[in-house]
Design a protein around this ligand. Structure first.
Ligand SMILES: *[C@@H]1O[C@H](CO)[C@@H](O)[C@H](O)[C@H]1NC(C)=O
Ligand SMILES: *[C@@H]1O[C@H](CO)[C@@H](O)[C@H](O)[C@H]1NC(C)=O
Ligand SMILES: *[C@@H]1O[C@H](CO)[C@@H](O)[C@H](O)[C@H]1NC(C)=O
Ligand SMILES: *[C@@H]1O[C@H](CO)[C@@H](O)[C@H](O)[C@H]1NC(C)=O
Ligand SMILES: *[C@@H]1O[C@H](CO)[C@@H](O)[C@H](O)[C@H]1NC(C)=O
Length: 646
């Protein structure tokens, strides 16, 4: 062997024997599965991984997500396969296999769970590109009320912004009415900071379409599809139009849900969101032809600057959001950034980088809530919208507010809230429900937010008390907690002993729909049933389980219930009469006590739901249960969660 040959053998990289293939090559729509297959991995290690790349020319470190090859049961043989659903990101995907070694673990590069991000020094193989069929129509369909009778807004995403329409009508074969759509989008330069404005987090968000179906008859089922003849049409969806003459209200409410990805990525995602959407779908099926509402009060997708998380989120909620209006308010994880325009002196401990540089832009453009509240961003980015608004549905007046922008006396938001609460027609809507992201009351150890709670108590609580707000719902704390009717930390009389009751607002924290990360209310060894944060008298119920809440109201009575994701059952429930009196809102330490109370009013739909469960949903549920917090279902009241988020 001559020297030259030896040298060249040393200098040439060894030809990697690793093969990777992906099938199918073309997917038809988001959620379709793709199988990644590999072979020839020499000396396989549990740190070998495959990265997902979109667009396919992204640099090695800018993956969308990753999976360890050890997820395949045969990985030790050097070959294996993984099947995952893919979301249409409007550009092709490529998959790359890397070797990563323990000595290359960089403790400074990690995700929110302190998992080190995998290294890309040793690429082993790259797949061909795969993509989505064109002409299959838009995706990410979601509805919203406009605030006008006889209307329903529908929003969706296309890859090219071509002229698109909504076709709708009273039957799947009678979609004779047509509405045009307005198109909007946002650019990388609109993002305020990284990762949102950096190649690691930014991806083209596509074009956002916004159309309004009009002249809808009250309380009727409508069928619709979106798209165009040239770009293709979506599947046919349906919804029940709202009925201004009905006094019934059905709503599903929660905060802080997020989304679940089938791969690991740069940030924590929320597996529990699968369960939340699943149980709400069950309830919606059982509702039959009644209109309903979904309310997601801040911390929506938890994208925090990683663009594809928004795509994932809208695909995940579509089965619900294409059938009932999906209403939102803004949370810190949509907005919060260092140069935000409203950042008074007292708030420096509160506001940071929770929005990942998005500065409210995706939130403002991907949703379109009623009213036209907006605040300038003080950058080239479009104004922040969907801040505060209200509408009536049945016997409830819903008011949504922003805890992220100015709400102090003298601000335009304060004036709106005051004027709105003062002008409610209580004969028409005996109940008033206010919703915002950061809580006015919580017994969780939320030290960072203390200054904002003080301002909310000082500026907003007097308005709520004076206007006899029925319910104040908050997110942000990833727990369920219900308070007595409250004014300035004091419980109002309930009127059970002949005294006058005081119709103070009942505050409920409902941020338990998906995101983890909360200090625990854990029992001490010698006090197995006592939480670590003492539960003051005003806190009537604290739940440690993920879940959502249901609101059911007639002209006479509003029933509010907390459903746990671990079993799909009601764990806390109370009723409020039109007079403002709170019934059976007793202190309930654990879920068992409260169970069944909801029965009187809406057992019909819970029962119907159970029947459905046995049918259509059973396969899904079985599949789900393996991921669920099974231990929780076995009677544990406390779910240990991860460390506190600041
Ligand atoms: C990938 O390709 C697109 C268009 O072909 C180009 O605009 C973009 O800069 C490329 N990205 C990288 C990281 O090379
Ligand atoms: C891969 O393995 C991890 C860790 O065991 C698990 O959390 C994840 O769900 C698995 N993913 C797939 C697609 O199997
Ligand atoms: C992202 O925004 C920050 C803050 O405005 C800026 O300093 C940075 O240069 C931007 N990065 C990119 C890649 O545009
Ligand atoms: C929209 O804003 C204008 C002024 O900026 C106001 O006069 C109007 O009432 C607002 N419309 C709604 C629906 O809130
Ligand atoms: C709330 O209660 C505290 C102490 O009990 C009292 O000092 C304060 O003035 C009260 N605030 C209002 C607005 O009544």
């Amino acid at each position: 062997m001559n020297l030259l040959l030896l040298l060249s053998l040393l200098l040439l990289p060894p030809i990697s024997p690793t093969q990777i293939s992906v099938s199918p090559k073309t997917l038809s729509k988001s959620g379709d599965p793709v199988t990644i297959q590999w072979s020839g991995v020499d000396d396989p290690s549990s740190l070998d991984w495959v990265g997902l790349y979109s667009p396919p020319n992204s640099s090695h470190d800018h993956f969308i997500g990753y999976l360890f090859l050890s997820n395949s049961s045969t990985w030790q043989s050097g070959s294996g396969s993984i099947t995952i659903p893919l979301i249409n990101l409007r550009s092709n995907y490529q998959f790359r296999i890397f070797r990563w070694t323990a000595s290359e673990i960089d403790p400074k590069r990690h995700d929110h769970d302190h998992n080190s991000l995998p290294g890309t020094k040793h690429p082993l193989a790259e797949s061909e590109e795969i993509g989505f069929e064109s002409g299959r129509g838009p995706e990410q369909v979601h509805l919203a009320l406009t605030g006008q009778e006889g209307e329903m807004r529908v929003m969706f995403v296309t890859h090219d912004g071509r002229e698109s329409f909504v076709r709708y009508g009273p039957g799947p074969n009678r979609m004779d009415q047509v509405a045009g759509t307005r198109v909007g989008r946002y650019e990388r330069e609109d993002m305020c900071d990284s990762p949102a404005n950096h190649s690691v987090g930014w991806r083209d968000p596509g074009f956002i379409h916004d159309g309004v179906m009009t002249n809808l008859k009250k309380g009727k089922r409508y069928y619709y599809k979106v798209g165009s003849d040239s770009g293709g049409w979506s599947i046919t969806y349906n919804f029940v139009s709202h009925d201004g003459d009905s006094s019934e209200t059905v709503a599903f409410l929660f905060g802080d849900m997020g989304t679940a990805t089938p791969f690991s990525t740069f940030i924590r995602t929320q597996d529990e969101s699968i369960s939340t959407i699943k149980w709400i779908s069950r309830d919606m099926q059982a509702l039959g032809d009644k209109p309903a509402l979904v309310s997601h009060i801040g911390d929506i997708s938890y994208a925090r600057g990683y663009s594809w998380i928004w795509d994932n989120f809208f695909n995940q909620i579509e089965p619900v959001a294409s059938q009932v209006p999906y209403h939102v308010c803004i949370g810190n994880h949509e907005y919060d950034w260092p140069l935000q325009p409203w950042k008074p002196d007292w708030s420096y401990s509160i506001y940071g980088t929770d929005g990942g540089g998005e500065c409210g832009v995706p939130y403002s453009l991907r949703f379109n809530m009623p009213g036209n509240s907006s605040e300038p961003t003080a950058t080239r980015a479009p104004a922040t919208r969907n801040l505060y608004y209200s509408f009536d549905m049945g016997s409830v007046h819903f008011l949504y507010i922003s805890t992220e922008t100015n709400f102090l006396q003298g601000s335009s938001q304060y004036n709106f809230i005051k004027q709105d609460l003062e002008s409610v027609d209580r004969k028409k809507t005996p109940f008033v429900v206010v919703q915002g992201h950061r809580p006015m009351y919580t017994t969780s150890n939320e030290i960072r937010d203390a200054p904002i709670r003080e301002r909310m108590l000082e500026h907003l609580e007097p308005l709520f008390v004076k206007s006899k707000v029925t319910l104040a719902l908050w997110g942000h704390v990833h727990r369920y907690e219900r308070f007595c009717p409250l004014n300035n930390f004091t419980c109002g009389a309930l009127g059970f002993h002949g005294e006058d009751w005081e119709a103070f607002p009942v505050h409920v924290v409902i941020g338990m729909a998906g995101q983890d990360w909360q200090p625990i209310w854990e029992p001490r060894a010698n006090h197995p049933t006592d939480p670590i944060f003492p539960q003051p008298v005003r806190s009537m119920y604290r739940g440690g389980e993920f879940g959502y809440t249901r609101l059911f109201a007639t002209k006479e009575k509003l029933t509010f219930s907390y459903v746990g994701n671990h079993d799909g059952e009601v764990h806390d429930t109370f009723e409020i009469l039109a007079s403002g009196q709170v019934l059976n809102g007793n202190r309930g330490g654990d879920g068992a006590m409260a169970k069944g109370k909801e029965g009187s009013t809406i057992s019909w739909y819970v029962k119907g739901a159970s029947v459905l469960m046995l049918g259509a949903f059973i396969g899904y549920v079985l599949g789900f249960i393996s991921r669920a917090r099974r231990e929780a279902g076995l009677g544990k009241t406390w779910t240990p969660v991860k460390s506190e988020e600041t």
